[in-house]
Design a protein around this ligand. Sequence first.
Ligand code: 13P
Length: 239
Amino acid sequence: LNSPVILGVSEGAGKYMTGFKTVAAMVKAMDEELGITVPVALHLDHGTYEACYDCIDAGFSSIMFDGSHYPIEENIEKTKELVKICKEKGLSLEAEVGSIGGEEDGVIGMGECADLGVTMLAAGIGNIHGKYPANWPGLSFETLAAVKEKVGNMPLVLHGGTGIPEDMIKKAISLGVAKINVNTECQLAFAAATRKYIEEGKDLEGKGFDPRKLLAPGSEAIKETVREKINLFGSAGKA
Ligand code: 13P
């Protein structure tokens, strides 16, 4: 689709894949071997202070420092330090201020953090990770507009992209959201396709038990979900 991509790696995923160095080496090698022509960012998602340093060392191109659980002064202090290092090494840095529920603090903290020189800010505007409950009131566009007012042209990040209705996604983008994280939706698509394969007994036919065959429908389902998101988010053809 000729879209730039950001590969977001959580600490859990990094550990599962034996470490951030493995991930960085694999992505670099795949980029070369597959002759990828679009920009590929390798990004640490919700990094602890320590993991940020590990990923900088491993060769990631982007990190998110999630200091939202620290008191705002400590979050700012640690973010400042990482801003300096990321500037020196040419990485982009995402910061999180005021996690979900703390909208008021979030708006205030966002203004301060934006002044520190981070590349992008994760906004807590009623978004949550995973599936949204049936009684979810939706994104708070008022909060988003207030945050935008504070941070000016700084790109905003919307976490919890799974299950947000298309019209809300489009409105959020129009109000300054430039990066949207989607994970659970890919996992659900993978699980559904794998379940179908097994329930249809395909793993029992011929060499259908070969992991390369067994995992292929799930992998295709993730690709299809990503295609839909690239089109919805408007990044197709932007590479
Ligand atoms: P979902 O798992 O809800 O899609 O959220 C992903 C995310 O925001 C990761 O940081």
